[in-house]
Design a protein around this ligand. Structure first.
Ligand code: FE
Length: 221
């Protein structure tokens, strides 16, 4: 099957926030869908390896911030490509409390939603949580960040924890006549700046996930 089929599905990007053992933590997901009106129930898919998954299950309460097109891509790097088991994702204080004391983004969000878990399904790599919406509000008059905008304009790719990851990997097979470029081996970001990649300063970091230059490799793009 043509892997582009997977790319024809539209998604948004969301930051899930939950209270972890050492303070607020969270992750970026592309799967937050309203699936019922009365009551307002959402389905949210989270990789089972994610620290956030474990703490959503333990707490039963979490929040989703709808990301804005204006969000700092580095924030997607921190919350989308690193694990809360390894780093304090809120080191920079990007998360603040919602009115019901759930972690939401201080900057870079369009709206927030507060959820109580009603049930879950084990779907293999991911858990789908069914969650009732019990609060929410608008944060900024900006355009919500779609997955399409993230991939085409911000040049982001799916992290390994995303349900769409396999589709992306299949789509990245080199094709005859394609050109070469420097690609982040962690997040898939393709460098397209004016300065030749080799001449970038040694302290240059991936604008999406924050890793250093040596994590890039030259590939067919
Ligand atoms: Fe990267």
């Amino acid at each position: 099957m043509d892997a582009k089929v997977f790319h024809s599905i539209s998604y948004g990007l969301y930051l899930l926030g939950v209270k972890g053992p050492g303070g607020p933590t969270g992750c970026v997901v592309n799967t937050v869908f309203q699936i019922s009106a009365e009551p307002a129930v959402f389905a949210i898919s989270v990789n089972k390896d994610n620290f956030t998954n474990e703490w959503i299950r333990r707490r039963g309460l979490f929040a989703a911030t709808v990301l804005s097109q204006e969000v700092d891509p580095g924030l997607i790097g921190t919350f989308g490509y690193k694990s809360g088991r390894d780093v304090d994702k809120n080191e920079g204080g990007q998360l603040v409390d919602s009115p019901n004391a759930l972690p939401i983004l201080k900057e870079g969000g369009v709206a927030y939603l507060e959820f109580a878990v009603m049930g879950e399904s084990d779907l293999g790599s991911h858990t789908v949580f069914y969650a009732r919406l019990f609060g929410g509000g608008l944060l900024a008059d900006e355009t919500p960040l779609s997955y399409g905008y993230y991939q085409t304009v911000l040049k982001g790719k799916s992290p390994k924890s995303a349900p769409t990851y396999i589709a992306d990997a299949a789509a990245e097979k080199p094709q005859a006549g394609s050109k070469k470029g420097f690609v982040c081996t962690i997040c898939g970001y393709v460098y397209d700046g004016d300065i030749p990649f080799e001449e970038l300063p040694e302290d240059w970091t991936c604008p999406l996930c924050g890793v250093s230059k040596e994590m890039f490799e030259e590939r067919e793009i």
